[in-house]
Design a protein around this ligand. Structure first.
Ligand code: NAI
Ligand code: MG
Length: 332
């Protein structure tokens, strides 16, 4: 029996959580879910978006599955997602984007894995007003230590998964210190992996290359903000945010979540695609050694995708979150 912290989250979170826990149970995964709250709902109900009991559970149990958490735009509390990644030192945000059968998209040959630095960059929250409503500043932090951790993680992944190339994405022509350091560390780490091809691209060119010829990319490693943006772009190459899972991995803890957010525009309508969160949970099962259960579920998802009448509308289906979930369980 595996003890795993479960945070259903905001918006579509509870719906996709119900789907994923139902499918994992049907597949025979022996999991003791430790349910905790966080995000906007927790803020309304308990007066804090990150309750102490949740933090305690996350410190006690190393593995968690987390639904999307709403972060207010502009004003309001700061991102709990960013805080959790920092608090638990989850330095690798791993976001695979692979073409899936029966999902229509512009390409049929995408198979890349994005490694996004997850603890620093412009996301450290060091923002200030120099003069309110007319002059604001934000500080980006890049350290050699964190850069080396994420870049090494990307090369180790490439080595262990028979990948051929690592592409480092930066803006070192303009951000000469922060991105310059990230690139410098990349060049050093690459020397330890002579069998893996290494290249670096400037982020604006990268965005164009990914849209024109995504099949040229294999493993990608980049800083926090660029990784956030380019991983949504990568989702768009294979069918959208409804189908891309992700993992946040550190040395002592691992938190699995989808790339997407709480999708308030479709929350509570039985329309949310649970595949992204399900793929995150499969990364979690693989992480805890339950690889055959993960493979069975993956197979059942692929079979289910062949029948568009049960799939959700975002991937051209005519079904609901519930019809998809039920059919995956039947196919298991
Ligand atoms: P979003 O990812 O929630 O939604 C973007 C678009 O994709 C929407 O049209 C939505 O309906 C669609 N979409 C997303 N997931 C889907 C799914 N599973 N099935 C079908 N359609 C799906 O991004 P948005 O709207 O920019 O952000 C909403 C909230 O989510 C914000 O408060 C944001 O801060 C938060 N957020 C949280 C994340 C997390 O918890 N890791 C990540 C990204 C955003
Ligand atoms: Mg994002």
């Amino acid at each position: 029996m595996h003890d795993i912290v479960l945070i259903p989250g905001d918006g579509i979170g509870p719906e996709i959580t119900k789907s994923v826990t139902t499918i994992l149970e049907a597949a025979g995964a022996d999991i003791n879910w430790i349910r905790c709250s966080a995000g906007q709902k927790a803020n309304q109900g308990e007066g804090t978006p990150l309750p102490e009991a949740t933090l305690e559970a996350l410190n006690k149990y190393p593995v968690s599955l987390k639904g999307p958490l709403t972060t207010p735009v502009g004003a309001g509390f700061r991102s709990v997602n960013v805080a959790l990644r920092k608090k638990l030192s989850l330095y690798s945000n791993i976001r695979p984007a692979k073409t899936m059968p029966h999902i229509e998209s512009r390409f049929d040959n995408v198979d890349l894995v994005m490694f996004r630095e997850n603890t620093e960059g412009l996301y450290i929250g060091k923002e200030q007003w120099v003069k309110e409503h007319s002059h604001a500043e934000s500080i980006a932090v890049v350290t050699k230590r964190a850069s080396e951790k994420i870049i090494r993680a990307s090369f180790e992944y490439a080595k262990n998964n028979n990948r051929k190339k690592v592409t480092l994405v930066h803006k070192a022509n303009i951000l000469k210190f922060t991105c310059g350091l990230f690139l410098e560390v990349g060049q050093e780490v690459a020397n330890d992996y002579p069998d893996i091809e290494f290249e670096d691209l400037i982020v604006d060119n990268m965005a164009m290359q990914m849209v024109m010829r995504p099949e040229q990319f294999d493993v990608i490693v980049t800083t926090n903000l660029f990784g956030d943006i380019l991983s949504d772009l990568a989702s768009g190459l294979i069918g959208g945010l409804g189908v891309t899972g992700a993992a946040n991995i550190g040395d002592d803890a691992a938190m699995f979540e989808a790339v997407h957010g709480s999708a308030p525009d479709i929350a509570g309508q039985n329309k949310a695609n649970p595949i992204a969160f399900l793929l995150s949970s499969l990364m979690m099962l693989e992480h805890i050694g339950e690889t055959s259960i993960a493979a069975n579920i993956r197979q059942a998802v692929h079979e289910t995708l062949a029948d568009k009448s049960v799939c959700t509308p975002d991937i051209g289906g005519k079904g609901t979150t519930e019809t998809f979930t039920q059919t995956v369980c039947e196919n298991l």
